[in-house]
Design a protein around this ligand. Structure first.
Ligand SMILES: *[C@@H]1O[C@H](CO)[C@@H](O)[C@H](O)[C@H]1NC(C)=O
Ligand SMILES: *[C@@H]1O[C@H](CO)[C@@H](O)[C@H](O)[C@H]1NC(C)=O
Ligand SMILES: *[C@@H]1O[C@H](CO)[C@@H](O)[C@H](O)[C@H]1NC(C)=O
Ligand SMILES: *[C@@H]1O[C@H](CO)[C@@H](O)[C@H](O)[C@H]1NC(C)=O
Ligand SMILES: *[C@@H]1O[C@H](CO)[C@@H](O)[C@H](O)[C@H]1NC(C)=O
Ligand SMILES: *[C@@H]1O[C@H](CO)[C@@H](O)[C@H](O)[C@H]1NC(C)=O
Ligand SMILES: *[C@@H]1O[C@H](CO)[C@@H](O)[C@H](O)[C@H]1NC(C)=O
Ligand SMILES: *[C@@H]1O[C@H](CO)[C@@H](O)[C@H](O)[C@H]1NC(C)=O
Ligand SMILES: *[C@@H]1O[C@H](CO)[C@@H](O)[C@H](O)[C@H]1NC(C)=O
Length: 380
């Protein structure tokens, strides 16, 4: 393990010249109650489309219809992570960053345009936080697995639990054995679902959460599932190492529909999102996505929800058309977090689901970090 210096964007660097980052592998002990689904692994791309047509059929619940029981999955799994800190030493507060479907942990530290789009650069160089980002169990450089009955939402949430406890108890070597007593969690999309599920199960594990690209409305998930033009990931050149049952957008159109709003992005980022940044999703994740945010979350800490006004999967393309009494669909989601301290919902005007990749990212990043600072969760 060695630290390397990433060049900070001069225009936004105020506290530090350059952040120090290291990549490393963390073995974690996991145990979760997984679903057992009567679902064969799709093989051809015709099977893949059939699976999505089954998953999204209205008037039924395909996940519930194919669930035949539960089993406990446990073992040691390797997680790939990146720890970054200001160059003058670790902050007191670490932000744990969990990415969503379609990406790996580089979603938080996009190098394009001299790291202008990097959330990590903003949090570390401008605000002085330390950050810990990880590849979801099953994707990227984290350990892969069997895609139907093993790589599912709750096993990944248990990985987030283990990593968080290790950051608290000083057993992650790359942080210099630091015991963080202030830990906030930031998720995107499926990573926000994991953050929600983690804190619903363990309300005291986090000191504050920011759920980006999030709401509690499942109605529009089929738009994402069908709009993504998903194919077997291993038919894409960059993802040939994945076994059948891992799916990725088959063309840039799928990535555009799901992550980018009209007029809000540099086309080069769409190209990146559908090539080098793109990562898959498993059958098992898609079958367990609905259940993980179903319970009420009693976290009694600061909670921010921030979602693009034109988000497709969580708002159907318009977050401001909300049920009576709510100013937005994400604001309605705060009702499932009844004990949240200063629970706040923010809409990023005109932005799509892939907030970190759009022109509006400075507003998004400023809102998140200022929220933490203004709610007693600053870096020191
Ligand atoms: C860490 O890994 C990522 C993804 O492979 C890579 O882009 C980055 O350059 C690596 N960073 C360091 C400090 O080695
Ligand atoms: C599994 O699904 C098939 C149809 O796809 C059905 O014939 C079979 O009875 C199901 N098995 C169980 C255990 O539910
Ligand atoms: C889709 O559902 C049908 C039953 O409605 C089943 O026979 C078929 O195996 C399913 N296909 C896939 C790929 O899930
Ligand atoms: C690093 O610099 C920042 C900004 O000057 C300061 O607030 C912080 O305490 C410093 N950290 C350490 C570990 O010296
Ligand atoms: C730290 O937390 C991890 C995850 O819960 C646990 O496995 C490990 O035993 C703990 N280590 C110490 C030194 O408490
Ligand atoms: C969380 O912490 C609060 C305050 O210390 C305590 O009252 C509560 O019992 C804890 N909840 C859980 C689930 O441990
Ligand atoms: C589908 O069923 C699962 C349980 O198998 C449940 O957790 C989920 O909320 C249901 N989804 C919908 C949209 O009702
Ligand atoms: C960084 O991105 C913002 C928002 O898109 C843009 O206004 C700014 O010019 C960019 N800065 C650099 C140095 O590219
Ligand atoms: C709530 O958070 C906002 C930042 O979004 C901050 O300005 C405000 O002071 C906070 N309110 C309370 C009561 O802490």
């Amino acid at each position: 393990m060695k630290f390397s210096t990433a060049v900070a964007v001069a225009a936004i660097a105020s506290l530090a010249e350059a952040r120090q980052c290291a990549n490393f592998t963390v073995p974690v002990q996991l145990s979760a109650r997984n679903g057992v689904f009567n679902q064969t692994t799709p093989v051809t791309n015709i099977d893949v489309t059939n699976f999505f047509l089954n998953l999204t059929q209205q008037g039924g619940n395909y996940s519930a219809a194919t669930l035949t029981g539960y089993r406990t999955v446990s073992g040691t799994y390797n997680i790939e992570a990146t720890y970054c800190r200001p160059d003058n030493g670790s902050a007191n507060t670490v932000q744990v960053l969990t990415h969503g479907i379609g990406f790996d942990r580089t979603y938080w530290d996009v190098s394009y345009n001299n790291f202008n789009y990097s959330y990590v650069a903003e949090a570390v160089d401008t605000y002085g936080y330390s950050t810990f980002s990880w590849d979801r169990l099953g994707v990227g450089m984290s350990q892969h697995g069997e895609p139907v009955n093993e790589i599912q939402a709750l096993l990944e949430v248990d990985a987030l639990r283990a990593l968080t406890q290790m950051l608290r108890n000083g057993s992650i070597e790359c942080t210099g054995g630091r015991r963080f007593n202030k830990i906030v969690h930031v998720g995107h999309s499926f990573g926000s679902d994991h953050t929600y599920a983690l804190t619903a199960m363990y309300p005291n594990i986090s000191d504050g959460i920011a759920l980006t690209g999030f709401s509690q409305t499942g109605t529009f998930v089929p738009y994402f599932a069908l709009g993504g033009n998903f194919v077997q990931a291993n038919t894409m050149p960059a993802l040939s190492g994945y076994v059948d049952g891992y799916f990725a957008s088959g063309d840039p159109t799928g990535a555009q529909t799901n992550f980018f709003a009209p007029g809000m992005f540099d086309p080069n980022l769409l190209t990146l999102a559908s090539t080098s940044l793109g990562q898959p999703v498993t059958v098992g994740e898609l079958l367990t996505i609905g259940a993980e945010t179903a319970s009420v979350n009693h976290i009694a800490k600061p909670v921010l929800i921030i979602t693009g006004g034109r988000d497709v999967p969580f708002c159907g393309g318009n977050c401001l058309v909300a049920p009576p009494g709510f100013s937005s669909i994400p604001q309605q989601a705060l009702t499932t977090l009844p004990n949240a301290v200063n629970g706040t919902a923010v809409i990023v005007p005109n932005a799509g689901h892939g907030l970190n990749l759009e022109y509006s990212h400075p507003f998004t990043y400023g809102t998140i970090n200022n929220y933490f600072v203004q709610n007693g969760l600053g870096p020191h």
